[in-house]
Design a protein around this ligand. Structure first.
Ligand code: CUA
Length: 401
C-alpha cells in the first residue's frame, strides 16, 4: 500500500478527531482532481516538515550545546571564527535544490493534470457552463438544447454524471467570483470578460458542497452551491425532466372562479439568524435531493394557480424565467422552471421548504443582505406581499418540479 493509500485509509478516524472531515474537507476527497491536489499538498507538507525538523534540530542542538552556563563562560574569549566550509555550503545548496525539485516535479505534473480533462478522456467529457452572479451560480448545459428555449439552464445545483470528466466553463456576469467544490476540484476564479475553466469528476453518486471562494461583495459568504453526481440512468432521467416546461397544476373549474376555501398558514416572522441553513437535512442529503424530484402530496391546486398569477402580477416575471409560464422570461435572477425540485434555495443557503421560501420572499434583505431581488426588485417595483400572497407564491414555487 502506498503512503497515499495508507493516509486515505487511516485518515478517516484521526481526521474526524481533528475536525478535518467536514462537508468542504479537502482532506477526504471524492474525485481524481481533488485527489491529485491532495497528493501534492502532502508532498509539499512532508518536504517542508522534514526541512523544519532538520533546521530546527540543528538550531536546537547549537543553542543547547553552546549555551553559556557559568559566569566565566559569559566573559570567555570566543573560539576562532571560521570563514565558511566549502563542504557544508555545497551540501546546503544541493539540499535546497533537491527539496525544490522534489516539490517542483509533482507540482508541474499536477498543474498539467488539473488544468484540463486528460486528452484520452476528452471525447467522454461532459460540458457545462457556470456563471457567477452576485450572489448565486447559474449553470448551463450547452449539449442539452430545448426547442425554442436554447440550452438547458438551472441555478445553484449543478447536476453531473458520475464517473465522467466534467469540463466547466467559468464566467462572471458582474465581479470576480471563484468556483470551488472542495471534495471534487477547485478553485478557479470566474473573471468578467476573461473565460476560464476547470474540470472535475465524481467517483460515486453524491451530494457535494460548493462555495464562492473570492470576496465578491456584501453576501459573498452566503454564495454557495451544490454539485449532485448521479449515475447514467438517473442523470438522463433528470435531464429529460428538466427539459420539460414548468409543471402546471390546474385547479378544478368550479374552485377557480368560486374562490379557494384554503386557509393560509399564519404568517411566520423569522429572526435574522434563525436555523434553516442548508447544512441541516433530516436524511442523507442525496436522498433529500431525490425526494424533492416528486410533487408534494398535499398540493392545493387553487393556491398554486393563485401563486402563478401573482408571480406575474407582482412583476417577478421580469427577472425570472419559468419556461411555460407566459411572460416569465427575465434573466436577471435564477431560472425557476424547476425550482421545486432543488434541495436548496437562495444560492444554496436555505433548505427548500415552504417555510424557508416564505422566509425568503417575505424579507429577502434579512436573509441575504444587499441582494438584487430586494434592491432592484422589491424596492424599485414597490412589491408588497400579504400573508395570503406569500402562501400562494410558496405553493406555486414548490409545485415547480
Ligand atoms: Cu461570489 Cu464570493
Amino acid at each position: 500500500m502506498s503512503i497515499w493509500g495508507f493516509l486515505a485509509v487511516s485518515g478517516g478516524s484521526w481526521f474526524s478527531w481533528l475536525g478535518l472531515d467536514g462537508k468542504q474537507s479537502t482532506m477526504i476527497v471524492d474525485g481524481p482532481v481533488a485527489r491529485d491536489q491532495l497528493r501534492l499538498f502532502y508532498i509539499t507538507c512532508w518536504v517542508t516538515l522534514f526541512l523544519f525538523l532538520v533546521v530546527g534540530g540543528v538550531l536546537a542542538y547549537a543553542t543547547i550545546k553552546f549555551k553559556a552556563r557559568t559566569e566565566a563562560d559569559e566573559h570567555a574569549v570566543p573560539p576562532p571564527q571560521g570563514h565558511g566550509n566549502p563542504f557544508v555550503e555545497i551540501a546546503l545548496i544541493g539540499g535546497s535544490v533537491l527539496a525544490l525539485v522534489i516539490i517542483a516535479v509533482p507540482t508541474l505534473k499536477s498543474i498539467l493534470y488539473t488544468y484540463d480533462v486528460p486528452i484520452a478522456d476528452k471525447a467522454n467529457a461532459y460540458q457545462v457552463t457556470a456563471t457567477g452572479n452576485q450572489w448565486w451560480f447559474k449553470f448551463e448545459y450547452p449539449s442539452e438544447q430545448i426547442p425554442g428555449a436554447g440550452s438547458l439552464v438551472t441555478a445553484n445545483e449543478l447536476v453531473i454524471p458520475v464517473g465522467r470528466p466534467v469540463h466547466v466553463d467559468l464566467r462572471s456576469i458582474d465581479v470576480m467570483h471563484s468556483f470551488w467544490v472542495p471534495k471534487l476540484a477547485g478553485k478557479v476564479d470566474m473573471i468578467p470578460n476573461r473565460p476560464n475553466f476547470l474540470w472535475m469528476q465524481a467517483d460515486e453518486p453524491g451530494y457535494f458542497w460548493g462555495q464562492c471562494a473570492e470576496f465578491c461583495g456584501e453576501s459573498h459568504a452566503l454564495m454557495r452551491f451544490r454539485v449532485i453526481a448521479l449515475g447514467p440512468k438517473e442523470f438522463n432521467d433528470w435531464l429529460a425532466q428538466q427539459k420539460q416546461p414548468a409543471r402546471d397544476v390546474p385547479a378544478p373549474a368550479a374552485a377557480r372562479f368560486g374562490g379557494a376555501t384554503v386557509q393560509p398558514a399564519a404568517l411566520r416572522t423569522f429572526k435574522e439568524n434563525e436555523p434553516g441553513l442548508s447544512e441541516a437535512f433530516e436524511v442523507a442529503p442525496l436522498d433529500a435531493w431525490r425526494a424533492k424530484q416528486f410533487p408534494e402530496k398535499n398540493e392545493v391546486p387553487e393556491l398554486i394557480q393563485k401563486g402563478r398569477q401573482l408571480f406575474a402580477a407582482k412583476t417577478c416575471i421580469t427577472c425570472h424565467t419559468i419556461r411555460g409560464v407566459p411572460g416569465a422570461l427575465g434573466i436577471t435572477g435564477p431560472d425557476l422552471t424547476h425550482v421545486g425540485a432543488r434541495s436548496t434555495i437562495v444560492g444554496g443557503l436555505l433548505v427548500n421548504t415552504p417555510e424557508q421560501i416564505q422566509r425568503w420572499i417575505h424579507a429577502p434583505e434579512l436573509v441575504k443582505p444587499g441582494n438584487k431581488m430586494w434592491v432592484t426588485g422589491y424596492l424599485v417595483n414597490h412589491i408588497q406581499l400579504t400573508p395570503d400572497d406569500e402562501v400562494a407564491l410558496v405553493a406555486f414555487l414548490e409545485s415547480l418540479k
